[in-house]
Design a protein around this ligand. Structure first.
Ligand code: GLC
Length: 527
């Protein structure tokens, strides 16, 4: 049977949407989003046309890193609701054909997790080896030069037991010791707990940090460090990142997932291609989708993006399925990086490339970074290293023009954008040319056209202004032409019919010989 949208796994054909739960929808007036809020907005996902919702951590947490410091892996933080709310959400989502993906944070726990509280009691605690404890270096200082991603040393001294513990992130996020078999078993049980509750998959956090060099060798200094870079980049992470043992651990996670049927494992690893591809695992026994973040970092120029797509496609292991991302809760918003007009072109790129797209909440509204006044800063990274904070990309969804943006009846934990009166979902709902309308049209087209969802990719052109490619499935040939410049442009074609323009005003227009593009316009045309 020929491959069609029904014979490939759901996650190849599907579109993932990332919810940052603190900022999606509040229902109890505390200014922080919750599970019932996500439940109340299921229609938003249905109208958008996505398949799966990845929800960033919802587990009990002191919130030192807003949920990425987990104090109990098998429960829900009261801020977000209860396990019963979660079960209701999964059931209601399923009833609408939506899957729920959770965040799995294997690298570290909260320092208030009972495992760590026990581990720190004494050097012979039964849980001592569950974390990474070491004696001080010869000078009494940290055991080596490893640095925390969030600033400062990666080691914190614990006077009561006279040792340091390692944390790739905050001191409140001690690293688990994945060389300990009991840790592995306990963490794999966490996956089972949620799979049993109907979770469709996991996005696995910070997987490149799972192991560190056993000999604790110093990291070499980074000759390319500049003062505009994060202080953590002063050293190369040669001995603290991407260690070979990680792949066996991922394969164990994947095996657990596979035992439950068509579940999805997505990995978060910020690595260059040659390293990232290994995260698909030997014979594809690793992540089905190791996140591909390259569109976030590549210069927004047709030749650079074309070269990126070609290099990524060429680097994919045999049989591996690609994926693309424009942003997330850690990186500047795409509309702020590229400007609002090119954000529409980027949306067309994301949703017409070969590979599973992940949309970050608010991208469908063209949300931009929101400046955060000093007295409202929340992100610990910003407090430690001003300028690196992620609050501006985590602000609440602007649903309506009312105060609180329809997000909350209370005081929002982060401010909403100053443009709330015009830039909100309700306003976009009634504007036929809005970003929301464009996202819906793109998703509708991708769902209707197997060529876009699962078809082959062929590069066509990359000039100063334009990146063009074809997607083909059987006889069907679709041309995507993206004008990535503010100038008018054109491309040669024989005969074509435009199916969609990012300006949402050229459907069914027939073109012959030349397809003209307005500034900042992208088009999908049928050949
Ligand atoms: C990942 C998360 C980020 C978090 C970090 C530590 O990069 O996306 O938000 O701070 O891991 O868990």
């Amino acid at each position: 049977m020929a491959e069609n949208s029904h014979t490939v796994p759901w996650w190849q054909n599907g579109i993932i949407y990332q919810v940052y739960p603190r900022s999606f929808q509040d229902t109890n007036g505390d200014g922080i989003g919750d599970l019932n809020g996500i439940l109340s907005r299921l229609d938003h996902f249905v109208h958008l046309g996505i398949d799966a919702i990845w929800i960033a951590p919802i587990y009990p947490s002191p919130m030192a890193d807003f949920g990425y410091d987990v104090a109990d892996h098998c429960a829900v933080d009261p801020i977000f609701g209860t396990l019963a709310d979660f079960d209701r959400l999964v059931a209601a989502a399923q009833a609408r054909g939506l899957r729920i993906i959770l965040d799995f944070v294997p690298n570290h726990t909260s320092d208030r997790h009972p495992w760590f509280t026990e581990s720190r009691v004494s050097r012979d605690s039964t849980k001592r080896d569950w974390y990474i404890w070491r004696d001080p270096g010869p000078d009494g200082g940290p055991p080596n030069n490893w640095l925390s991603e969030f600033g400062g040393p990666a080691w914190t001294f614990h006077p009561a037991t006279g040792q340091y513990y390692y944390h790739a992130y905050l001191p409140q996020q001690p690293d688990l010791n994945w060389r300990n078999v009991d840790v592995r078993a306990a963490m794999l049980d966490v996956l089972r707990f949620w799979f049993e509750r109907g979770v469709a998959g996991f996005r696995v956090d910070a997987i490149h940090h799972l192991f560190e060099d056993e000999q604790l060798r110093d990291n070499p200094s980074n000759p390319d460090w500049h003062d505009w870079m994060s202080p953590a980049r002063r050293v190369l992470r040669t001995h603290t990142m991407d260690q070979p043992e990680v792949h066996a651990a991922i394969a164990e996670m994947r095996k657990v997932a596979d035992a439950y049927g068509d579940r999805l494992m997505i990995g978060e690893a910020y690595l260059p291609f040659d390293r990232l591809m290994a995260y698909y695992g030997v014979d594809l026994t690793g992540f089905q989708l190791p996140f591909n973040f390259e569109l976030i970092h590549t210069p927004w120029q047709p030749t650079a993006v074309a070269a990126l797509v070609a290099a990524y496609e060429a680097a994919l292991p045999q049989g591996a399925w690609p994926n693309w991302v424009l942003g997330n809760h850690d990186r500047a918003r795409v509309a702020s990086r590229l400007g609002p007009e090119q954000a529409r072109v980027a949306a067309m790129l994301l949703l017409t490339l070969r590979g599973t797209p992940t949309i970050y909440q608010g991208e469908e509204l063209g949300m931009e970074n929101v400046p955060i006044p000093l007295d409202r800063v929340q992100d610990p990274w910003e407090r430690n290293v001003p300028g690196f904070g992620r609050d501006p990309v985590r602000t609440p969804m602007p649903w309506t023009a009312e105060p609180g943006g329809g997000f909350t009846s209370g005081h929002p934990w982060l401010p909403l954008g100053a443009d709330l009166a015009t830039a909100n979902a309700a306003a976009q709902e009634v504007d036929p040319r809005s970003m929301l309308a464009l996202y819906r049209a793109l998703l509708r087209l991708r769902r209707a056209e197997p060529a876009l969802a699962i078809g082959k990719f062929f590069p066509v052109a990359a000039t100063e202004e334009v990146f063009a490619y074809e997607r083909r499935h059987g006889e069907r040939r679709l041309l995507v032409v993206l004008n990535m410049s503010g100038e008018r442009s054109e491309i040669c074609v024989d005969e074509a019919v435009i199916l969609l323009s990012t300006h949402l005003d050229r459907e069914k227009e027939a073109v012959s010989r030349r397809l003209f593009l307005r500034p900042n316009e992208g088009c999908v045309a049928q050949l």
